[in-house]
Design a protein around this ligand. Structure first.
Ligand code: OXD
Ligand code: MN
Length: 588
């Protein structure tokens, strides 16, 4: 046992009595303990060791084909009152959920070992940080938590002997039975129960379950925010760094933006980009009244396919040591890994993500489209010097974005904080041909938090508005971007990737009062010539087109927003109703 905290000890005793493991192992996080666990996982086949020269310290793991992604349909918010869960989440009465799941957990760890994992979300010793304890019957979970969090005895330093402020996470892979798979959150009890999955997003309980769903609820009650946002810093040639948070739905390039390589014109002048986080930000008001952010995580749980030397060299470099690969292809000729979009040379002698001999010439995929790497943040060549800073970094701008072929322009700035909350609340992304179903269908995903907000989304909007009141004139400026506008043939017009920095530069200039803007119906926009296109095959006319606001499309858009807003009934803040009404007037 690594703590004298009675609240922790009592809870672990309860979980042991429920799941009845043969053995209980407390994870202290020491190298010896981790090496022994890795050796055990390799001996049972749960993990395979990869090429010690090319990928030192790296492992390969496969999950079952029925267990390869987050399961939103089986994810529940078990608030005591149904109305506190809200229309965008699945609700389950906590009494019923505990009763049903207790039957599934009863004796589920017989013949197995329970690992007790203490972890800190956020740097040890930071006032921002929060402690969690996850009990699990999976070594894969222990190994991933070791990368994704500050795990082990040191995590209890933040808790002390008396506090009851820790998140209780119970996980069992049970039989990986998809019909009995549940990911349940009990926000009022600081509790998460996950069963019958072994896929990361469902079982690494520090990530989506704690750092977003439970933490968003804690943040509302405690006056801070947990957001699905990357954090990056842009350093100018004078050595000053300004930080930006950005929220995008999945498949919109968050990890790529967080680690971007500046275009040559900026590199030559001495600009640098630093990654603080690629997925989650915890935001608090600092002593100076500004908004400060930490990344509560300690690693990257990134999508492998499409990651390559061009799209994201920093992410690829992060995976070259001490990384866990899940559901990618195994190249047997040199015991390395491969995924679609890594390079143009699929291995001839390989095993696919399902564990079968793979022949790429038959058109099948070697890696699952949601295959992942779990890589330590410290591996990232552009990791920020402030990554472990207990105070986090001060935020100059908040950026929202989605995938819109026509409606949203390349960039616009909100008129003020409340209008910015409106802009975040109407965030949407269009489905692509890559997914099944109709192309171009708009899915609303406010602040990219649709699957991750642990309480009523109307109250969440209200919380944003309250935070703005507290921040006053120290509030970050709020922007919206869209990298995905297409021409009449459906080709992307904006080059994206590192060139997105050109838009971030206008954003930062606005924050510093150095750039002009034009007032349009939807917000402030740059003059076309204020987006630097030097070195690009794009002229000012094209930029004008990218910035264009189509009144007809936006009028249609207001109808869609109105429909979406109806869901929230009287929990929709008046401020947002007013914003919608004013937008309609401006479009007339
Ligand atoms: C996600 C992720 O699904 O970050 O958003 O894994
Ligand atoms: Mn995410």
């Amino acid at each position: 046992m690594l703590t004298n905290n009675k609240n922790v000890l009592n809870w672990v005793d309860e979980m042991v009595a429920l799941t009845k493991p043969d053995k209980v192992v407390w994870i202290d996080g020491s190298d010896e303990q981790m090496e022994a666990l890795k050796a055990e996982a390799v001996s049972t086949g749960e993990m395979e060791v990869l090429n010690a020269e090319k990928l030192p310290g790296c492992y390969l793991h496969r999950t079952l084909p029925n267990d390869v992604a987050r399961v939103e349909g089986r994810t529940f918010i078990c608030s005591r009152k149904e109305e506190d869960c809200g229309p965008t989440n699945n609700w389950w009465d906590p009494k019923e959920a505990y009763a049903t799941l207790s039957k599934l957990y009863d004796g589920v760890m017989k013949g197995r070992t329970m690992y007790v994992i203490p972890y800190s979300m956020g740097p040890i010793g930071s006032k921002f940080s929060k402690v969690g304890v996850e009990v699990t019957d999976s070594i894969y979970v222990v190994m991933n938590m070791d990368i994704m969090t500050r795990m082990g005895a040191k995590a209890f330093e933040n808790l002390g002997d008396e506090s009851n402020d820790f998140v209780r996470g119970l996980h069992s892979k049970a039989d990986i039975d998809e019909n009995n798979r549940y990911i349940c959150h009990f926000p009022e009890d600081n509790t998460i129960w996950s069963i019958n999955s072994a896929y990361g997003g469902n079982v690494l309980l520090g990530k989506k379950c704690f750092a977003l769903r439970i933490a968003s609820y804690q943040g509302k009650n405690e006056g801070w925010m947990a957001e699905h946002m990357l954090i990056l810093g842009i350093e100018n040639p004078e050595g000053e760094v300004r930080y930006i948070c950005a929220a995008f739905p999945s498949a919109c390039g968050k990890t790529n933006l967080a680690m971007l390589i500046p275009p040559e014109i900026y590199r030559k002048k001495g600009y640098k980009v630093w990654c603080v986080g690629d997925d989650i930000a915890w935001l608090r008001i600092g002593e100076d009244g500004r908004l400060w952010a930490i990344n509560p995580e300690n690693g990257f749980f990134g999508v492998a396919p499409g990651t390559n030397e061009k799209s994201n060299p920093n992410a690829l470099a992060s995976t070259r040591k001490n990384t866990i690969f899940t559901n990618v292809a195994h190249n047997l000729s040199d015991n390395t890994v491969w995924w679609e979009g890594l390079d143009k040379n699929p291995p001839a002698n390989a095993i696919d993500w399902m564990g079968n001999k793979w022949d790429y010439t038959d058109g099948s995929k070697g890696a699952h489209p949601n295959s992942r790497f779990t890589a330590p943040a410290e591996n990232c060549p552009c990791i920020s010097k402030e990554f472990n800073s207990p105070n986090g970094v001060p935020i100059s701008a908040i950026v929202f974005g989605g995938r819109r072929a026509k409606t949203a322009p390349l960039v616009y700035q909100s008129f003020d904080w409340n209008h910015g909350v409106f802009v975040g609340s109407i965030m949407a992304s269009e489905t692509t041909a890559a997914a099944s179903g109709a192309v171009g269908v708009v899915r609303r995903d406010p602040m990219a938090m649709l699957p991750f907000c642990g309480y009523h989304m109307g109250d969440y909007f209200k919380h944003w508005i309250e935070m703005g009141k507290k921040l006053g004139d120290k509030a970050p400026k709020i922007f919206n971007v869209n990298w995905f506008r297409t021409d009449d043939e459906g080709h992307f017009i904006w080059p994206g990737f590192g060139d997105n920095m050109r838009v971030l530069m206008w954003i930062l200039e606005r924050c510093e009062g150095k750039a002009d803007a034009v007032k349009t119906q939807i917000g402030y926009q740059p003059k076309a010539e204020d987006i630097n296109v030097e070195g690009l095959d794009i002229d000012v006319e094209t930029v004008k087109g990218l910035l264009n606001v189509d009144k007809e499309l936006w009028t249609e858009e207001t109808e869609g927003i109105g429909e979406f807003y109806k869901k929230f009934g009287d929990r929709l803040p008046e401020e947002l109703k007013d914003e919608l009404a004013e937008l309609k007037i401006r479009l007339k």
